[in-house]
Ligand binder design. Structure first.
Ligand code: PRX
Length: 648
């Protein structure tokens, strides 16, 4: 049994929530009393929430069936439709003219789509899908740029009970083909191309290439003409989206499906093996999308403008660009383009132009914007912002402070949300107008979510480092791995004998019960018998004024077991003595044990397109091994050469 993870980062700052606004969860008393309700009667509390927050065509009976654990099912016997919940019910409530989606193109074009128009578009698209033979339960792959049609396509699937699988638009033909084949999709909805960095990123040619090898299930390709790039056409298979929708009625009755009807599959790359098709189902997912919008972001549909910068190809884009805001009847922003185009002020300009009030992005974006300089946000009026969210990886305390001070001007709570593709929505996050925050901690679990830090034997750790688990099922939990029940059980449940959901992350609980995520457990280093989270050493490096970003990996070492290798990008040119200075800095911040043995500088770090640092690749590079990782999702391939240069 390995010892618990040693936590070494000392972060003592704490920030009280802003005063003078009553949040949906208004105080810590509110928060604890809601948690207590779940403790007292778990099923009853979920029942009341599900009845209040969703529109049901037929009421559900039993709340939670645990008899086939870990295959749980929720809200038995209930029937509902997701698109009806996200659109029709707001139109029926008289909100048809409210803006559902504000879309901005990189070139500056803006489209505003009201709930009424969204309903008409979704109905036309749903009717077109039906005409193409798509039925409830059929899988539809969506491979699109960030345009409203992506949302319309997703909602149209849900309207007729089809299961969508969105594939990120920058994925290769091979990755696309794997997913089409695994999901046995009947239809792909795509576009000619999307706008990127002032040019066009073609999509349709990738679809053509993917389909060069047989995808037996696939019958049609529906293509949105958007970027205007020329595309080849396979008659009989390829269909023009606008032509197909034009002739359809704008009325399509929503199909009421069972609570557990499959809603979507979203593939995540595991650290090994082929991608896993994470399966989500209808009612539980939708309920949690709506509740977390309200609890974690204090979202107000009548006055907020919400912007989650994630692409719809990721779970964050599913839950917080589309389904969460629409389930609440609010306004969501979609931006098609690069965040730094034409200059690093673009995100802030969009916030100012559309009066964004709740902004949600990833630490990797924040660090890139810090590097660009404070003058960019200062050029724009960010006074309407009131809540700032972050997701995707641990946020270094210094990046947190910048977000808080420079973007939020000390007025906006920082909501660091820990969750996963598998969890469907937030699991750990502060309640913005109740929870005191600490830079770098996602704070405490959401009400209803039973998170614990445990040791290898599953014993709870009340203070200290260990493994993050979830001990009770929750409505938006994954329902399985598409086509591979065994993998679902093995990956998430086997470690703790089916008792707990194992998230794969290391975490520490502090004396106040706050959770500090320490990164994936497979990223943990073992230096002279101490298990060190990579995150803390990275944060120590990032707190040095010259450092923009850092990634820590272990390299085999005869004496220490593992040596610490740091890959660093700088805000300025490297100077003589900087390596020594950085090592000393880490020594001062954390202690001698954490001083990197080697530091390599480069202009950027290898990341997946979702912004996650590719640590396996860095481990190979640090060890001087041949690169065995799959680098097909690497954003910038040229970075590898630079990193392979021996240390300074
Ligand atoms: O390691 C955790 C990290 O991202 C993983 C989940 O990745 P994915 O399924 O791609 O979903 C990302 C968006 C929900 C987690 O296991 N992670 C996510 N959010 C945080 C985080 N690590 C630390 N702090 C977070 N707020």
């Amino acid at each position: 049994m390995s010892e618990s993870i040693t936590s070494i980062l000392e972060e003592n700052r704490s920030f009280d929530p802003p005063q003078g606004h009553k949040g949906h969860i208004a105080s810590m008393d509110d928060y604890y009393s809601l948690r207590e309700q779940f403790d007292t009667d778990f099923d009853e509390t979920w029942k009341v929430l599900a009845r209040e927050h969703l529109h049901w065509n037929e009421p559900f009976g039993r709340v939670l069936d645990r008899s086939k654990a870990p295959f749980f099912s929720w809200f038995e016997g209930g029937k509902l439709n997701l698109s009806e919940n996200c659109i029709d019910r707001h139109v029926e409530a008289g909100l048809g003219e409210r803006t559902a989606i504000i879309w901005e193109a990189e070139g500056g074009e803006v489209r505003r789509i009201s709930y009424r128009n969204l309903l008409a578009d979704v109905c036309r698209a749903a009717n077109a899908l039906k005409e193409l033979g798509i039925q409830a339960g059929d899988r539809v792959v969506i491979y699109m740029p960030m345009i409203p049609e992506a949302a319309i396509a997703m909602l149209a699937c849900t309207r007729i009970g089809a299961v969508h699988s969105v594939v990120f638009g920058a994925f290769s033909p091979q990755a696309l083909r794997d997913r089409i084949q695994d999901a046995e999709a009947k239809l792909i909805i795509t576009a000619d191309g999307g706008g990127r960095r002032g040019g066009t990123h073609a999509l349709k040619p990738s679809v053509d290439e993917a389909l060069q090898e047989e995808c037996r299930s696939l019958k049609h390709v529906l293509i949105v003409r958007h970027a205007g790039n020329e595309v080849s056409w396979t008659n009989g298979r390829d269909i023009d989206w606008h032509e197909a929708l034009k002739v359809q009625s704008d009325v399509c009755p929503p199909l009421a499906v069972d609570s557990e009807h499959p809603l979507f599959i979203l593939y995540t790359s595991g650290s090994t093996g082929k991608p896993k098709g994470i399966l989500h189902s209808t009612a539980g997912y939708l309920l949690w999308a709506r509740l977390t919008m309200r609890w974690s972001f204090d979202f107000r549909a009548d006055s907020d403008v919400f912007w989650c910068t994630a692409d719809v190809g990721w779970i964050t884009g599913h839950t917080y660009s589309i389904y969460g805001p629409l389930a609440c009847g609010g306004t969501t922003v979609m931006y098609e383009g690069v965040p730094t185009f034409p200059d690093p002020g673009r995100l802030w300009k969009i916030c100012a132009d559309h009066g964004v009030t709740v902004f949600y992005t990833a630490p990797t974006a924040i660090r890139a914007l810090i590097k660009a300089g404070d003058e960019w946000p200062q050029k724009h009026d960010l006074s309407r912002l009131r809540v700032l969210g972050t997701v995707g990886e641990p946020i270094n305390p210094e990046a947190w402070m910048w977000y808080y001070n420079v973007i939020g001007k000390g007025r906006c709570p920082i909501v660091d949300t820990w969750w996963q593709t598998e969890t469907g929505g937030h699991m750990i996050a502060p309640m913005p107008f109740a929870t005191p925050t600490k830079p770098g901690s996602a704070t405490m679990p959401l009400p209803g979510i039973d998170v614990a830090v445990v040791d290898e034997a599953g014993k709870q750790i009340t203070e200290g480092g260990g493994l993050l688990v979830i001990r009770q099922p929750w409505p938006s939990m994954l329902r399985g791995v598409w086509g591979d029940d065994q993998r679902f059980v093995d990956t998430y449940w086997r470690k703790f004998d089916g008792q707990y959901y194992f998230a794969g992350d290391g975490a520490r609980k502090d004396e106040d019960g706050y959770v500090w995520i320490m990164g994936r457990v497979d990223d943990v280093l073992n230096v002279s018998g101490h298990r060190l989270g990579t995150m803390e050493i990275e944060s120590a490096l990032v707190s040095h004024e010259s450092v923009a970003e850092a990634a820590i990996v272990g390299r085999p070492d005869d004496i220490k077991g593992e040596a610490i290798c740091a890959f660093v990008t700088l805000k300025c040119e490297a100077t003589d003595g900087l390596v020594a200075e950085l090592r000393a800095h880490v020594g001062k911040e954390i202690g001698a044990i954490a001083k990197p043995d080697e530091i390599r500088f480069s202009d950027s770090l290898p990341k997946t397109r979702s912004g996650k640092i590719m640590r396996r690749l860095l481990r190979d590079i640090a060890a001087g091994r041949e690169i065995t990782s799959d680098i097909s999702t690497l954003e910038d391939q040229s970075v590898i050469k630079q990193l392979q240069r021996p240390s300074v």
